[in-house]
Design a protein around this ligand. Sequence first.
Ligand code: CU
Length: 406
Amino acid sequence: MKKILCLLVPIPSLMLSLSALQGSTKLAVTTKERYSEQSEYPNYAWKSSNIRISPKPSNTGKEIGIVETPGIKPLGYTKIGDIKVFRLTAQPVEQTLTDGAATHHQLLHAMKSILGIKALPTKKKLNGWGYNGSTPGPTIELTVGDKVRVIFRNELPEPTLIHWHGLEHPHALDKSSERNPVLPGETHVYEFTAYQEGTYLYHSGCSIAKQNRYGLVGMVIVHPKQYEEPVDRHIALLVQEWALNSQTLTPNTATNQFNWFTLNGHAAPSIPLITLRQGERVRLHVGSMALNTYPLFLHGYTWTLVGTEGGPISKTAQIKGATLHLLPGTTRTIEFTAWNPGTWPLYALTRHQSLSHMTDIPLEVTPNGGIFTLLKVVPTDPDAPWAHHSEATTEEGREFPRDLLS
Ligand SMILES: [Cu+2]
């Protein structure tokens, strides 16, 4: 009876006990054994001086597809036979969350008026972990039917591996459950076929409480072989949260009190504006591995939810909204036509998520935004009077690609 109780509490010891059961008939784990398990994962530094950090692969930054990830360079690939070969390296990254300068003067005005920011923005740097030099890592863009090879190198000071979040794949691809991570300085090749259309994620599947909040996350977007209704723009946005105080550069992994909030690795006012031409049909692919829920609101528009991390939603089941409740571990694909010209705020409605730094200084003097940017829709004819999309006609010179209500 005593032994059974030992297996039940606490939860971490349950996991250790189960792994012990696999190799022997023992039912309990001693304190000494527990320490020896833990010693496999000592408290590694942010960076190891013994591991050389590779430059970005030569094809990183080359346009390879149709998805834009504002603020993050696209990931190039090479084709070997019928296999698309990507190179992904996990490595320490020094990243500027905000340089204190606004990407657009209107963003600064909107932060003052909507968020109530009165002080000048400051700079904030991060010593985190990422892929190919950035956090989030580059978006991996595939097409259904693609045979994919990802040559993955670990340049972190500790073991890691990639978990392919939402992809249906053979068990052998998921090294995490075998407790068989890629060691520092080692290379591992992932090979799989892309079967599912949709928006997915990749992230560390190893020591996740630390490695995910250090920044090891990115998006995977799989296009169908042919879109039934193609859109003009595909834009990927990834939400992240960080626990950083004014003195520290590396994330605090001992708290869930996050105080910096980013979109594609940047905090306002340094998040790039999303600029669209009036009439463009756009898909936003939004993802999160954060621990909190992010209600993202877009002014001036109603969008249609067309997909989740489970793939596309059938036409009759699609729903409309203006606030996207982004839950941990989910992706949401929303679609709309940019009919409404103007510079529209896109931000996390939860007050502390649209700001950053709130735990360090009082709200009135908070200088930095968090998840807060603008969707700038450039009018086709700046002199044309505003008209609701239901009233716009081609005679008035406003042509939209398709039914704006769908
Ligand atoms: Cu996952």
